[in-house]
Design a protein around this ligand. Structure first.
Ligand code: FES
Ligand SMILES: [Fe+2]
Length: 411
């Protein structure tokens, strides 16, 4: 049983956490209740690192895009120094949104209400009509903690964010040869899935549903008649080959404490990339020299999922919108010099994860619809569902405030 941190103020939620039956799915309020949802946002999302998007969207100084999270609008803008900063889209005069377009290019950030002017780094440049003794240094836009790794922007709303060093190094080490910071955004697709964000994470953490739910995925990534011995030998051979090529084999498994996973593993023998036929769909990324770099998987609770083959990468950013609605933004990346229609076809690059993802959204929506039932009660996880169990344990610890009581180095 989890000890509840004193700051877990809501006794009903504390009771729900305390009586959770290990190895079983969660009780209904975790997937439907407004108070639990508010606590999820406050204690789980706002206190951990989140994936916000790709810096490749804003290659030039002054390029920006917005990302909304639970009532906060954030501006991600590239400065004259080349750095990407995350700023609250909230004027320090009387609070107006400053940027109104979802993305754009600007020399300065000018509030549309009374025209206060901010630099790209968020500092206040001008406040027309205000007394000359206004201390402009006091009125810069509020920043959100931001780290950019391999061209991916991670943010944390917490005043004292958890240590990101280990995760940042793991992602950097794996993705260095892919040069994703320079990659080209091939396609972006946004989904609104009628399911609680945790049902979606549970779904992605198990493959119990894969044999029937994902025929396309299984054809490429799961054994289809190969013996366990053949699979094991192939895995060893591939690992040796990748080690010789200098590719990172760092393997970090999820625990209830770390909320992070990265690993490189092979597809089926003869299949080199996550495409419908397992064959390349785009030029090799970055400095990769062989078409089979396996599947590189990187996942960070609560909202980041990423997989890369040698020829393209796909990320998914999950943003909870209500207890029963979650947005997913999927982005596909290819080599910066790849020319659409010549070197790649968007349909072929995106098909594998578009089809697999959409199958999952349907499964999750069906799951939510049933969980909404007056007769829903938790059910037992299968042995193949250790992943969801680990996620749920991590989630409950975060919700109870356990992570905050541990020194950052232990996580
Ligand atoms: S609210 Fe922005 S200038 Fe007044
Ligand atoms: Fe799935």
């Amino acid at each position: 049983m989890l000890a509840i941190h004193p700051s877990s103020a809501n006794p009903r939620i504390a009771d729900l956490i305390a009586r959770r039956r290990p190895g079983w799915s969660l009780e209904q309020p975790f997937y439907t209740d407004g108070d639990v949802f508010a606590a999820d946002l406050e204690r789980v999302f706002r206190r951990n690192w989140l994936f916000a998007g790709h810096a490749n969207r804003i290659p030039q100084a002054g390029d920006y895009f917005l990302h909304d999270f639970a009532g906060d609008s954030l501006i991600f803008i590239r400065g004259d120094d080349g750095e990407v900063r995350g700023l609250f889209n909230m004027c320090r005069h009387r609070g107006s949104h400053i940027c109104l377009e979802l993305a754009g290019q600007t020399r300065k950030l000018v509030c549309p209400y009374h025209q206060w002017v901010y630099e790209k780094d968020g500092s206040l440049a001008a406040a027309p009509g205000m007394p000359p003794d206004l201390d402009r240094g006091e009125f810069g836009l509020f920043p959100v903690a931001t780290r950019v790794v391999a061209g991916m922007i991670f943010i944390c709303f917490a005043k004292e964010p958890p240590d990101f060093t280990g995760i940042g190094e793991a992602i950097h080490g794996h993705l260095k040869p892919y040069e994703l910071g320079r990659a080209k955004i091939c396609h972006t697709r946004t989904y609104q899935v009628r399911a609680n964000w945790k049902l979606m994470e549970e779904n992605f953490r198990e493959c119990y549903h894969c044999p029937v739910g994902h025929p396309e995925y299984c054809r490429v990534a799961m054994p289809q008649g190969e013996s366990p011995e053949e699979i094991a030998a192939y895995r060893v051979a591939q690992h040796e080959r990748w080690a010789r090529s200098g590719l990172s084999l760092l393997d970090i498994g999820f625990t209830a404490e770390n909320g992070f996973h990265c690993a490189r593993y092979p597809m089926r023998p003869g299949f080199v990339t996550e495409s419908l036929d397992g064959q390349p769909v785009a030029p090799l990324l970055g400095r990769l020299s062989e078409p089979d770099a396996g599947i590189l998987a990187i996942v960070m609770f609560p909202n980041f999922w990423f997989e890369a083959s040698a020829d393209y990468a796909c990320s998914m950013r999950r943003t909870p919108l209500s207890p029963t609605l979650c947005e997913v933004e999927a982005t596909w990346l290819v080599h910066p010099d790849a020319v659409e229609g010549q070197d790649y076809d968007v349909e072929r690059v995106t098909a594998f994860w578009r089809i697999t993802g959409e199958q999952d959204w349907t499964l999750c929506e069906n799951n939510q619809a049933g969980v909404n039932s007056s007769r829903y009660v938790p059910g037992p996880y299968a042995p193949a569902e250790r992943g969801p169990e680990t996620f749920v344990r991590w989630y409950l610890r975060a919700l109870a405030g356990e992570h905050e009581r541990e020194p950052a180095s232990a996580r």
